[in-house]
Design a protein around this ligand. Structure first.
Ligand SMILES: [Zn+2]
Length: 291
């Protein structure tokens, strides 16, 4: 009997994968977006889909993601529009060492002299500009300008600057060092937990199942994805964010923010829904590749 793919799953996969397949043509990756405050100490400085975040402290600022090679000027303009100084960027972090999140890293580091902290399993990928990525030069995985790494991070390492602390969770699979960041801040006077999802989807060219003559994309890729899906539901999450705006439905929430205010970012249910959808898609793909 032919196994039926649930319609929502099909649509969701097409939606997620189109980001990679049509990378160059996705206008939301380069279209500017008015920068905005998400919560205290936390700002959005990315484009309409490629997310960059600025975490501000009394000791300088932390930038998460540099996006495309053409993005740094846009990110810098957003930081300055919010009243912060580009040169006060002391630490640079990323969600994953794919080109759409770190191709602009080398330029950001040159301009700001920030320290580049990278999850150990993605560090060599960034140092080689993507050439050592297990999926380098396959569909939509492009190389980029190599960037120096100042410190390698490990799962659950804490990055501190001034009064802010960010925890680096290794949520591997999409890349070997894919990183989900969590932090605590206040929103409308209340303490809140923030999750910035690093990346969850397998790409269509990934081999998740080790077969004779067709090894897994990297040893342990399926185990990495399962660890990611197993742990992430337990991260404390009030404010749900991610490396792409589509992960957390950012544009729709921005529309609703006009009436609802910043409370619109509180979406633990949406976070858990994304995890469950992507987990199911992953498990269905493992079944498919096992046949
Ligand atoms: Zn990616």
């Amino acid at each position: 009997m032919k196994k039926m793919i649930q319609p929502w799953l099909h649509a969701f996969l097409a939606f997620c994968l189109s980001g990679t397949l049509q990378a160059a043509e996705n206008p939301d990756w380069t279209a500017p977006l008015e920068p905005f405050a998400i919560a205290d100490h936390l700002y959005y400085v990315g484009s309409r889909d490629l997310a960059s975040y600025l975490v501000t402290t009394s000791e300088g600022n932390i930038l998460i993601n540099a996006n495309l090679a053409t993005s740094p000027a846009q990110i810098k303009a957003s930081v300055e529009k919010l009243g912060f100084r580009w040169a006060d960027t002391k630490i640079f972090l990323n969600s994953q060492a794919h080109w759409d999140h770190v191709a602009g890293a080398a330029q950001v580091l040159r301009e700001t002299h920030a320290q580049n902290l990278v999850m150990a399993e993605d560090a060599e990928v960034m140092r080689t500009g993507g050439k050592s990525d297990f999926a380098a030069n396959t569909d939509g995985i492009f190389t980029y300008e190599a960037a120096p790494v100042d410190r390698e991070l490990h799962d659950e390492d804490v990055v501190s600057l001034g009064e802010m602390k960010l925890t680096a969770h290794k949520t591997a699979g999409h890349t070997r060092g894919c990183t989900t960041w969590t932090l605590r801040t206040t929103l409308d006077g209340q303490e809140r937990d923030v999750v910035i999802v690093g990346g969850l989807m397998y790409l269509t060219q990934y081999h998740l199942v080790d077969k004779p003559g067709q090894p897994a994309s990297y040893p342990g890729i399926a185990e990495d994805f399962r660890k990611t899906f197993g742990e992430m539901p337990y991260y404390p999450c009030d404010i749900f964010l991610g490396a792409h705006g589509i992960y957390f439905d950012m544009l729709a929430k921005l529309d609703r923010r006009v009436k609802q205010g910043s409370q619109v970012w509180l979406d633990r249910d949406g976070y858990l829904r994304l995890l469950e959808k992507t987990r199911q898609a992953f498990e269905a793909e493992v079944v498919r590749q096992s046949r």
